[in-house]
Design a protein around this ligand. Sequence first.
Ligand code: CDP
Length: 318
Amino acid sequence: MTILIPEEYPKKLIDKNGKRLDGRALDELRPFSCKIGVLANADGSAYVEHGKNKIYAGVYGPREVHPRHLARPDRGIIRVDYRMTTFSVHERKSPAPNRREREISKIIEDALAPTLFLELYPNSAIEVYVQVIAADGGTRCASTTAASLALADAGLPLKSLVAAVAAGKADGEIILDLGDLEDKAGTADVPAAVRMIDEEFTLLQFDGEMTPEEFEKSIKLIKKGAREIFAKQTAAIKEKFDTVRKETEEENKKIEKLVPPEEKITHASGTKEEEKAGEEKSDKAEEIKEEKEDPSDTKEEEKKPKKEKEEKKSEENK
Ligand code: CDP
């Protein structure tokens, strides 16, 4: 892909038929797909492709907070580390974390915190690591969507999933889900994250110019896009747990084949009559054992005749 400098941005981002450069309608999302449980070594993970964005998110915790001074005695904290790989953008990005990455990490933390029961985890941290493998505009939104899925995959109790997408303005039109070029060449960008249980916004940023009516329209478009993403998120979770259920059922079937049925076990230890005889034998053995085990009684019994004999003798002597 060629690198465009501002002077080379296309003059029109929307054609006379109301189609965008990639052929999308104004209110259309880019192709979106997601999957959970993609990283074996994280407690929870997700992979999201949103347009040409490719993003992994991995979750660890809740676990002890490092550095310890960040720990809160009354509640847990969420820490997000958003990073772009050096090869994720046209111009090689320095591998060192920069200010933009720190800002986006903080934004994602704030977008996800209202979905967690942090009061359940005093002195602990839930850590979310996000790696942008390929970037194409709207990575903060796609990363938030991925991180929310990874939290769900980690089995953490959640109040809701979060779906994130931007709206914006280009060629005087309000558009949904800006690609990289629309982000750069457009006149406004409104990235947002929506807590799907009540459609409250947990992230709302604004860059550019819009009338209040255009802003209202953007909010409606964001909610529409978020609902479409949410449907894919829930489908991804269902797909994983369907697979887990099938695998468990197959495992159970294998185990059933290995364990012999109940009748076989009876047969292996002998016939029923033999079993009965065995039980009687063991009852007798128990009785004998009990007798042996009661030394106090035995001694008393032994002592009795001796005493009687002595008494008899003394009477005779008298
Ligand atoms: O990615 P997002 O829209 O949330 O954040 P941004 O800072 O507005 O960046 C917009 C886009 O610029 C990114 O998605 C990347 O495609 C691109 N970008 C880049 O090419 N080089 C960077 N160092 C940072 C971002």
